[in-house]
Design a binder for this molecule. Structure first.
Ligand SMILES: NC(=O)c1ccc[n+]([C@@H]2O[C@H](COP(=O)([O-])OP(=O)(O)OC[C@H]3O[C@@H](n4cnc5c(N)ncnc54)[C@H](OP(=O)(O)O)[C@@H]3O)[C@@H](O)[C@H]2O)c1
Length: 347
C-alpha cells in the first residue's frame, strides 16, 4: 500500500544475537520509560516499585532479556529513576540470569554535552545507577535538525568507550536514512560497528518500514532495528476504547491523544481482533508481531506481570503473510491515522 507513492518493503532486517528469538523473526525487548515518569505515566514510587520489581522478575522468567532505558527517564527529582530501578532489580537477580541481561541506555545530547568528552560524566553516572550492568549505549536523538555539528563528536566519545571495552556495543535513536548512513560511516572509520537503530515504529507510525524508509538502510548496513512505542502508548492494545478492569487511568497528554485517535482506529482494531482470535496475547501481541514481521524488535513499555505474559505470548506465534498484508493495507495509505512524529527525528 502506498504512502506518498511509497510501498511497504518486504524483506526482513538482520537479527542480532541478543535480539534473536527461536524463530526467524526478531525477539521482543522491554521499555522502561514509565519506570519513574510521573508526567506521562503517573508513576508513584510507593505504589509502583513493588509491581515493577515483580514485572522485571517475570520478564526474566519469560525469557525477555533486553531492557531499554535512558538517563533522562524519571521526572524532576526522580531523574535517572528508570536506570536506578533496573540496576537494583538486576543485582537482585541470580547471577546466571543477570549474565543473560542486555541493558541498553540512551544518553541525551543535551546542549551542554559537547565534544568527544561530552558524555563522559553522563556515562559514568548511568553505569553507577545501573550498578555496572550497562551493555549498550545509544545516542538518544539526533541533533541534525538544530545543531548538526554536535552529535558527531559525542558519538566519537561513545566509540571510544566501546574500543576501551567500557561498554559492549553502541546504537543510535531517532535517526533517519540519510543521517544513519553518515553516522554508520563515521563509526566504521573508527573500526566500531553501529549495532542498532531505535525509532518510533507501530501500526500508527509505519513510516520506517515503508519503501525508502530507514529499515532499508538498516538491512543494507546490518544494523538491528528496534521499534519504540510499538503499542502507540497503549492505544493499540486497548479493545474498542474500553479500558480493562484494573487498567491505569490515563493522565493528561495520553488521554488527549487517545481521545483524538481512538475514533480513527476502530477498523484497525477490528482487524487486529480477528487476527488475535484463538491466539494468545490479545491485541498487544498482534501489534508486536506486526513489528516483528517487518524485521524490527519491538520494546513495549511494560509495568505489570499481565503485560509481560501477553508480550511473551506474542513470541509463540507469527503473522502470516496475508495477515501482515491486510494490516499493511489498513495503515499504509497517506490519510491513515498517525502518532505524532518525534520532533528530533532526523532525515
Ligand atoms: N528512543 C526514544 O526516543 C523513545 C521514545 C519513546 C519510547 N522509547 C522506548 O520505547 C519503550 C516503549 O514505548 P512506550 O512506553 O512509549 O509505549 P508503548 O510500548 O507503545 O506502550 C506502552 C503502554 O502500553 C500498555 N500495554 C503494554 N502491554 C500491554 C498489554 N499486553 N495489554 C494492554 N496494554 C499494554 C501499557 O499501558 P498501561 O500500563 O497504562 O496500561 C504500557 O505502559 C519505552 O518504554 C522506551 O523504553 C524510546
Amino acid at each position: 500500500m502506498a504512502e506518498l507513492g511509497r510501498e511497504f518493503t518486504t524483506e526482513l532486517a538482520p537479527i542480532g544475537s541478543i535480539m534473536a528469538s527461536s524463530s526467524q523473526q526478531p525477539g521482543i525487548g522491554v521499555g522502561t520509560w514509565a519506570w519513574g515518569n510521573q508526567f506521562l505515566w503517573g508513576y508513584e514510587p510507593e505504589r509502583d516499585d513493588e509491581a515493577l520489581a515483580a514485572t522485571f522478575r517475570r520478564c526474566l522468567e519469560q525469557g525477555l532479556h533486553f531492557f531499554d532505558t535512558a538517563d533522562s527517564y524519571g521526572t524532576g527529582r526522580l531523574n535517572g529513576r528508570s536506570e536506578a530501578l533496573l540496576g537494583r532489580f538486576a543485582m537482585a537477580a541470580p547471577a546466571e540470569e543477570r549474565a543473560q541481561l542486555c541493558i541498553a541506555t540512551k544518553l541525551a545530547p543535551f546542549p551542554w554535552r559537547l565534544g568527544r568528552q561530552g558524555y563522559r560524566r553522563a556515562f559514568a553516572a548511568s553505569q553507577e545507577r545501573l550498578q555496572g550492568q550497562l551493555r549498550r549505549v545509544q545516542l538518544h536523538w539526533s541533533t541534525a535538525r538544530y545543531a548538526p555539528w554536535q552529535e558527531g563528536p559525542l558519538l566519537d566519545g561513545l566509540a571510544d568507550l566501546v574500543r576501551s571495552r567500557a561498554v559492549e556495543s553502541l546504537g543510535v535513536s531517532n535517526v533517519g536514512p540519510q543521517r544513519l548512513r553518515q553516522l554508520h560511516q563515521r563509526l566504521a572509520d573508527q573500526g566500531v560497528p553501529l549495532r542498532s537503530l531505535q525509532v518510533q515504529l507501530s501500526l500508527l507510525a509505519p513510516q520506517p518500514v515503508l519503501a525508502g524508509g530507514v529499515a532499508e538502510v538498516c538491512r543494507e548496513l546490518n544494523i538491528e532495528l528496534i521499534a519504540y512505542s510499538p503499542l502507540a502508548l497503549g492505544l493499540l492494545s486497548r479493545s474498542n476504547g474500553q479500558s480493562k478492569a484494573g487498567a491505569r487511568p490515563l493522565t493528561g497528554t495520553r488521554r488527549r491523544l487517545f481521545q483524538q485517535l481512538e475514533p480513527k482506529v476502530q477498523t484497525l482494531r477490528q482487524q487486529m481482533a480477528e487476527i488475535s482470535a484463538g491466539r494468545p496475547g490479545g491485541l498487544a501481541a498482534v501489534a508486536l508481531n506486526w513489528c516483528r514481521a517487518h524485521g524490527a524488535m519491538p520494546i513495549p513499555g511494560l509495568r505489570s506481570c499481565e503485560q509481560v505474559n501477553a508480550t511473551a505470548a506474542a513470541l509463540s506465534w507469527q503473522l502470516s503473510g496475508d495477515e501482515r498484508g491486510s494490516l499493511d493495507q489498513l495503515v499504509g495509505f497517506a490519510g491513515a491515522p498517525r502518532m505524532p512524529a518525534n520532533p528530533f527525528q532526523s532525515a
